[in-house]
Design a protein around this ligand. Structure first.
Ligand code: GLY
Length: 418
């Protein structure tokens, strides 16, 4: 069977790598892919991004299943387009993808369905938003209403930061911000596979959003991740399923927008083990996907075929019991202005079977590979402990070089503390 993965980041490399291991899978196309998917003999890059052209390609190649990696094509309605043409695709419809593409929609949905989250207010007028910050003080959270590649959220520790965020996010007609109470606790990523009615939790994970060691510096899309997340104890897991995930799936179905696809609940878990929802994403996390998929032993193709048939209740997932940990290597200037075109040395790496180097912002240039985006690579390793997995990943990171490379040596520090 043929499979298409849409996207070109680290998450999509990991998805394609895992799908290619499927027993019934003969070919995995990646559109547009990156230098890592180009170099893998099991994968084939396709230079397409336009949804209609992708649908034509899938129809012509008789692709059995399309899997969408990033949020942008989902928010643009690629699932609706494919379904209208009778093509099998895994992901949420445009209406369901609003759980990620509109923070205001998501907050309103959570309030209506009693899903635990922070109190919030939505604003289109800067003056009213500023007045709200004056009344409530800091810390406070300001979110742009729309897709912002994980960077449209400012956790303002001072009122001045909140005011600056409002000014940066509001101004043009139609722009909205959601301002919500600050939630204290530890974050975790809880990602599930949904078929509209049934839900199958993936292994838990946690990412590190700040650029620098010790969680310092600006927010990024994620500088590393590990799985499982020890903060999600069996008790917390049961609460998340019962109080957040199942009510979300049921609520979406009741609202007439059944959710199919990966549903990612970003959680804040307080000191009493009470989870609340920070945000929803309608896709796998990046770099969470890289660590989760490295631990998945089941055949992902079969899982997602069930998900597109509404039979996820027939599936049980098998996991590697070890820890997976991924260290992102980011470009010079990331996140503000990542530089492209730096030559990457040391690839492919010499590493054991328990290490995978997933590419993201990489491109072939003649016989070399160069940086072509903010997050360049995610070196992902399996080991019996977080410390060993961290060591294994960092050892491989040190074999790879490019000018201005930024990476963190402390990924997993919260799990080590646990
Ligand atoms: N790592 C955060 C995200 O994928 O949104």
């Amino acid at each position: 069977m043929k499979v298409l993965v849409i996207g070109g980041g680290g998450r999509e490399h990991a998805l394609a790598w895992k799908l290619a291991q499927g027993e019934r899978v003969q070919t995995v196309f990646v559109a547009p892919g990156n230098a890592g998917t180009a170099a893998d003999p099991a994968l084939h890059n396709v230079p397409l991004t336009d949804p209609a052209e992708l649908a034509d390609f899938v129809a012509a190649e008789k692709v059995a299943l399309t899997v969408v990696g990033p949020e942008a094509p989902l928010a643009a309605g690629i699932v609706d387009l494919f379904r209208a043409r009778g093509l099998r695709i895994f992901g949420p419809t445009q209406a369901a993808a609003q759980l990620e593409s509109s923070k205001a929609y998501a907050k309103d949905f959570m309030q209506r369905h009693g899903i635990p989250t922070a109190l919030y207010a939505t604003f289109t007028e800067a003056a009213a938003a500023h007045a709200h910050v004056e009344r409530h003080g800091a810390p406070i959270v300001v979110k742009a209403d729309g897709l912002a590649a994980g960077k449209g959220v400012v956790v303002a520790m001072t009122a001045a930061e909140a005011h600056a965020a409002i000014d940066a996010m509001l101004g043009k007609p139609g722009e909205r911000v959601v301002i919500e109470d600050f939630m204290a606790g530890e974050e975790a990523s809880f990602i599930v596979v949904c078929d509209g009615r049934h839900v199958l939790p993936l292994a838990t994970s946690q990412d590190h959003k700040r650029i620098g060691d010790g969680d310092t510096g600006p927010n990024t899309g994620g500088m590393g991740a590990y799985s499982p997340a020890p903060v999600v104890t069996p008790n917390v897991h049961a609460k998340v399923m019962h109080e957040i995930i199942q009510p979300t799936l049921d609520g979406m179905a009741r609202d007439g927008v059944p959710f199919t696809g990966f549903l990612y609940a970003g959680l804040m878990i307080d000191g009493q083990g009470q989870p609340r929802t920070v945000e929803f994403n309608c896709r796998l996390g990046d770099p969470e996907a890289q660590v989760i998929l490295l631990r998945l032993k089941s055949d992902l193709f079969e899982v997602l075929m069930h998900a597109t048939e509404g039979t996820l209740d027939k599936v049980e997932l098998q996991w590697d019991r070890r820890i997976a940990l991924g260290v992102v290597m980011a470009a010079h200037g990331y996140p503000a202005s990542p530089r492209k075109g730096d030559v990457i040395t040391g690839l492919p790496v010499v590493a054991g079977a328990d290490v995978e180097v997933f590419h993201a912002g990489t491109a072939p240039q003649g016989s070399q590979i160069v940086t072509s985006g903010g997050r360049v690579l995610c070196v992902t390793a399996l080991a019996d402990s977080v410390r060993q997995a961290q060591q294994r990943a960092v050892d491989v990171v040190r074999q790879i070089g490019f000018d201005g490379a930024q990476w963190r040596s402390d990924i997993g520090h919260r799990a080590i503390r646990h």
